[in-house]
Design a protein around this ligand. Sequence first.
Ligand code: COI
Length: 361
Amino acid sequence: MSRLFDVRPNPHPKSEAERAAILADPGFGLHFSDHMAVAIWNPEEGWHDRQVRPYGPFQLDPAAAVLHYAQEIFEGLKAYRHANDSIWLFRPDKNADRFTKSAERLALPVLPHEDFLASIETLVVTDQAWVPGGGESNLYIRPFMFASETFLGVRPAKTVTYACIAGPAGAYFSHGVQPVDIWVSSQYVRAAPGGTGAAKTGGNYASSLIAQQEAYDKGCDQVLFLDGAEKRWVEELGGMNIYLVTSDGELITPSLEGTILEGVTRDSVLTLASEHGLQPVERRISIDELLDGIRSGKITEMFACGTAAVINPVGSLVTEQGRVVVNDGASGRYTDELRRALLDVQYGRVEDTHGWMHKVC
Ligand code: COI
C-alpha cells in the first residue's frame, strides 16, 4: 500500500460503544469515521500537505469560490469486509478515471491516480474498525475536490482542496431494497449537450433537487430525467443509471451521449449481462418506447443502479398522464440475479473473475 498521506491520529475518536451502535444501524450518509484525507493544490506547489487527519469541519472563507460558483467534483465508492476480515475496494481505478474526467470538465487540477488511491487506502486502513462486517453493509467512501480560493472573480480557482471522507452505510433507500416508484420529469432536465451531465459535480445534483422534490410530492422515490434537447430520450435518475430487461432477453441501458454519468455499477452490469443469458445493449430509448414497452409486456423488468443503491428494482413510472406499473410492481428475476451476482463479487463470496476487487488490508 502506498503511503503518500501522513497520518495524524484523532486524539478523540468515537468510543467503541458509540461506533458499535452506529455500525448496528448505519443508514446512509449519516455517520462518518474518525479521520479524513486532505490535500491542497496551488499552481506554485502543485499537490501538497497530504494528510489523513481527524474528521472535522473545514475553515472556509465566506468568499471561497466553491460557495459561489460551485467549482466542485466528487466520487462514491465502497470498502467491503470479507468473511476472513480482509477489506477490499470495488474497481477504484474506474472512480479515479472518472474523477480525472470530472476535474478536467470543471477546470480543476487533476489529482494523480496514485494520490487518489493512496488517500482512500490510508483512510480505510486508519479507520478499518469502521468497515461493517456481516450483512450487506459497507464503508461508503466519498472523495471530493473544491475551489477553496478566497476570490469572487469568475475563473478557475488557484487554491483547491481535495478531501476524502468515509462512513458506514446500509441500504440507500430508507425502506431497504424494495421496488421504487419513479416520477418522469417533463419540466426539468439535468443535462444538455456540451454541459456537465457526464461529470460528477455537485451542480448536476443541485439542479436535480427541484425535480426530486416534485417526485416526493407525487409519492415517488426518484426522478427520471429526459434529454435536454428534445425531452424525448430517457437519460438517468437523479443519482443512478437505469436498465431495462426485455422479453427477448436484451438488457438495455441508455447510451452515454456525453450527457449521462458513466456509472461504475452501470459498466459492471454491462459485463455481467452475458453471464446471465442477457444481451447487453447501449442505445437511445425514447420515453414513449419505454412506457409502451412496459404496457405491452415487451419490457419485463426495470432497475436503477449506482454505487450507493447497488441494483434496485423499479416498481412503476409516474407521468402527468398516470402510472405505468412494471412487472406487477415486483422485483424481477434478472434484477435479483444481477444484484446477487454483483454483491457476491463485492463481498468475496465468489471468485473475482474480472479482477474488479482491490485489496486494502
Ligand atoms: C453514488 O451512488 O455513489 C452516488 O454518488 C449517488 C448519490 C445519489 C449517492
